[in-house]
Structures are given as C-alpha cells and as structure tokens.
Design a protein around this ligand. Structure first.
Ligand code: BYC
Length: 488
C-alpha cells in the first residue's frame, strides 16, 4: 500500500494512517454511530414502492484511491453502508505557504497557535454546510424523475456526508477537546430550525423540488467549489489537502446541476416547438404539456443565484483580510495570480451603489477578498447559462435565461436593503414588492411544481418535464436500474 492509496482495514477507509493513531481512531469510532443516527434521521427519506430509500441498493461510486485517475469505483451499496472515508490529496513535498504574511515559509503540518480560533471557525463553517445540504435535499427522492436522477441525488448526498467527515477529521485530529465538541454540534444543528439553525443563510432555505435541487447544485455547490479552492491554498497543509480531494467530488455535483437544468430547459423548449408554441409567456398552454415554463425557471434561477451570492459574506471584510494575511484562506487560483500575494499596496474595484448608480470603487485589495471571490464566481456561473440558452434558441424560441444583477435580492453586504430588479434597476421597496411575483417564484409556481413532480420508477423512463441525459453513469446505459430494491 502506498501512503496515498486507501486503507480499508478500519471502519473508516482512510489514507491518513488512522490504524496507527489509536486515540484518534477511537474518537472517530465514537462519533460514527452518532453520525449514522443523524444520517438515518436526516438523510434521504421516502420509499420506492414499499422499500425505504435507506434499504435500497444504489449504484454509487466510492473513492478507492486519491490519485488523479481511477480513484472511483462503482458498485451497488445501501446508503447507510457507504464507506464514508477520510481522504486527503497527496502531500506535496516542501510545500510553502503561498500568500499572506507567512508567504514562503514551510506549510504548517500542525495548527499554528496564533490562528487556532480563526482556523477552527473556517473549518466549522465549511463543515456545517455539508450536512445542511443533505437535510435540505432529504425528501427529493420521493419525486425523482428517474432512477438515473435518484441515483445522482443519493450520490451527492453521500458525498456531502463524506465532506462532513473530512472536516470532522480535521477537528478531531487537530483541535482536541474543542474540536470534539464542534464535531458533536455539527450533528445537532438543523437546516431551517428556529432554535438551532445551520450557520449560513442559504443553508436554512428549502430545496423543495428538483428544479431547486439542480439550481442549488449548479449555483450553491459552485460556491462550495470557490470556497474550497480558496481553502485549498491554505498554509495549514491538512486543510489544503482535504479540500483538494473534495474538489474532485464537487465537480460531479456541479455536473448534476448543469446537466439537470439543461435537461429541464431542453424538455420545455422541445415541447413548445413540437406544440407550435413560440410565446414563452403562454403559461397555461405550456404547463399543460407537462413541462416547466421558461419564466418560472428564470424566477427560480433568480432565487438560487441571489441566495448563493450572500454566501460570500460582505464585499469588504476584515475577517477575510485576516484569514488571508494569516495564510489560512487564499484567493481563487492564488498561485496563478501574478502579484505579490500579500496585497500590501494593491486595490480592487468593488461594485457599490453610490449617488444613484452602480460604480466600481477602488478599495484596498486585502479588504475586498470576498468581493473578488464573488466576482470570480459570477464569471464561473456564466458558462452553464449560455449552454442552457442554446436549447432555447435551437427550438426557435425567443427567450434568454440570464443571471440577475449582483445587487438583486440581497441580504448580506453592500446591497442589503436595496430594492433592485433582476436587470439592475434600483426602485423603492413598495414597487419592488408589487413586482415580486415577476422576479421570484410564487405560491402558484410552488403548487404547479408540486403537482407536476411525481416519482418515476420504471428503469429508462423520465418524467415529462426533463429530457433524458446523453449518457449513463459509471459505465452503465441510461436505462440501467440505478436504484434497486433488494430481492425483486
Ligand atoms: N449567512 O466579514 P463577513 C459548500 C457572517 S458552500 C449568515 O461579511 P466573512 C457547499 C459571518 O460568519 C461553501 N452569516 O464575512 C455547497 C460573520 O459572522 P461573525 C461553504 C453570514 O467572515 C453546497 C459576519 O457575518 N464554505 O461548501 O469574510 C452543498 C461578518 O462576515 C453570512 C465556506 O463558506 C451568511 N451568508 O465571510 C454543500 C468557507 N455571510 O464571524 C456544501 C468558510 C457572512 O461576525 N467560510 N456571515 O460571527 C468563510 O470563508 C466565511 O466564513 C464566509 C463569510 C465566506 C462564509
């Protein structure tokens, strides 16, 4: 066994030498049953015919190595028996801290004492989002449009569970007693709970249906990608290595989102074309075809994009400046940026609303790191939208999905409290409220989607509102029975 291949001899598959650290192994083994209890309580809930999801055999991939190629193995697994593991990307020899005031020093293999609290907080916030998303998605299997999609949902869910493991490993291995307490609390908070909510806003919102799920995996998991990329730069090497491996899994989640929204748009555009409807606002007729009208897709997009932008924190942030200065959290593609990596003199243009208009205002770059990461994120979001629009234009329909303005519907930062339309027009609150139903999903939209989305359990069949994917998963064809009921 090389150091980077996975040891399956302990309860938790790992490549961190758990078998040689009995104290840590015992601490994690004590956490395991509580984690499983959480998974059974708060993970996927529902039935295929009479069989609970948790008893079904699901065609899942599990990590068997952390090398670039061939790290994933596909097999039928019952979700509670999934081998959640602790997997770090290979250690880079002689890695140095790439930014901040310790730039050029050897990367830390243990927690730097002066930054312990800040580091712990970053790890806890990251960890908190993972179980939160599983909680948000727990009922979606009940309305899955196909076995293919149900399997993708469950894959995303078990991997978010593994990402929780990744953060819990760091807490338990490096933060002693406080770390163990934080690990317990990660299993106690609940998405949307009034008394014990999850830490960040968007993770307390609902993911009530599959359009939301795909938009969440496209937009919110992409925030995950950006934040993990920034943490992968960390001078605290174990965090960096954990995040580098998590990014490999995150890519699949965004694939699920990008293709999922694309397939919904395609089903709508093709159904409209076939029925000879070219007015995208002919809502009743379009909905009667069993597909989702494009303006509703836009309203949902507006919601998920704006909620996700809030996850970047305030545009100007001393927390972010401190995390960068300390060498804990870098920028997106830090090592590829051509500057001093300390930001001693530089400025960054932050979008602000001043004197009645949106303007770029130069502020010290160190304070603008959240704004910068958010701007990189917005650029990264554009590609999928362009591809979705191609399905619409190919069907000859005049309609374009678009990202709303960054100031639209914001609750955190510079634009909090400003009434901004998706196009970026600033208005007053009353006018904005009177148009809310044009901007964001309505109660009528919710009822329509709830009626539309019913579980499909015939292998190879897809609900009317979503086109089949181009190909299957893990070497199997599209019509493969990705989720099976044992002994049938
Ligand atoms: N909701 O200086 P500020 C993922 C708080 S997603 C509630 O503006 P900072 C995933 C903030 O905590 C990625 N509170 O912001 C995706 C602070 O509170 P304290 C998750 C918020 O600290 C899909 C105060 O406001 N990972 O992985 O620079 C599925 C002032 O904060 C919010 C991370 O986020 C909010 N939206 O940046 C599964 C990385 N925003 O300290 C998983 C780790 C801010 O005054 N986290 N606040 O009590 C961070 O880097 C930073 O904590 C944040 C905020 C970017 C989140």
């Amino acid at each position: 066994m090389t150091i980077d291949s996975v040891d399956y001899s302990t309860l938790m598959p790992n490549n961190v030498g758990l078998a040689d650290d009995q104290k840590l192994l015992r601490a994690l083994e004590r956490w395991y049953p509580k984690y499983l209890e959480w998974w059974v309580d708060m993970g996927p809930s529902g039935f295929i015919h009479e069989t609970p999801f948790q008893e079904a055999d699901v065609w899942l991939r599990t990590a068997v190595s952390v090398e670039q190629d061939g790290w994933a193995k596909f097999d039928f697994v019952k979700m509670p028996e999934y081998r959640w593991g602790i997997l770090l990307a290979p250690q880079e020899e002689d890695r140095t801290i790439p930014f901040g005031e310790h730039k050029g020093e050897s990367a830390w293999q243990e927690v730097p004492g002066a930054y312990r609290a800040m580091l712990r907080r970053l790890i806890v916030i990251q960890g908190d989002t993972e179980p939160a998303s599983v909680e948000q998605q727990r009922f979606l299997g009940r309305t899955a449009p196909s076995f293919y999609d149900m399997r993708n949902l469950f894959q995303v869910n078990v991997e978010e569970g593994r990402h929780l493991w990744a953060m819990v490993y760091l807490l338990q291995r490096y933060f002693g007693r406080d770390g163990r307490e934080e690990a317990e609390e990660l299993l106690q908070r609940r998405s949307g709970d009034e008394d014990r909510p999850r830490m960040l806003g968007a993770f307390n919102e609902e993911t009530p249906d599959w359009l939301s799920f795909f938009l969440f995996t496209y937009f919110t998991d992409r925030d995950g990608k950006m934040q993990l990329e920034a943490l992968a730069q960390s001078g605290f090497d174990p965090l960096s290595r954990t995040c580098r491996f998590m990014l490999a899994e995150e890519a699949h989640h965004m694939f699920v989102g990008a293709t999922g929204v694309g397939r919904i748009v395609k089903a709508t555009a093709e159904a409209m074309r076939d029925a000879g409807i070219d007015d995208p606002y002919d809502t009743e007729r379009i909905r009667s075809l069993g597909v989702i009208d494009l303006p509703l897709i836009q309203r949902k997009l507006n919601l998920h994009f704006s909620l996700t932008l809030d996850l970047f924190g305030a545009e100007e942030s001393t927390n972010a400046a401190n995390a960068f200065n300390s060498g804990l959290k870098g920028r997106y593609h830090e090592t590829a940026i051509d500057d001093d990596h300390q930001l001693l003199e530089s400025t960054y243009p932050v979008t602000k609303y001043v004197e009645g208009e949106f303007r770029h205002v130069d502020v010290p770059a160190l304070n603008a790191l959240n704004a910068r990461l958010r701007d990189d994120y917005v650029d990264d979001c554009a590609g999928g939208v362009k591809r979705w629009n191609r399905y619409i234009s190919q069907a000859g329909i005049e309609f374009e999905l678009a990202l709303p303005h960054v100031a639209f519907h914001r609750q955190i930062g510079e634009f909090n409290g400003l009434a901004v339309t998706p196009e970026g027009g600033v208005t007053d609150e009353a006018t904005w409220e009177s148009c809310r139903g044009d901007y964001l999903p309505t109660e009528g939209d919710r009822v329509f989607i709830e009626d539309l989305m019913q579980q499909v359990t015939t292998p190879g069949e897809f609900a009317s509102w979503i086109a089949p994917p181009q190909k299957g998963i893990g070497g199997q064809p599209v019509e493969f029975e990705y989720v099976q009921i044992p002994n049938t």
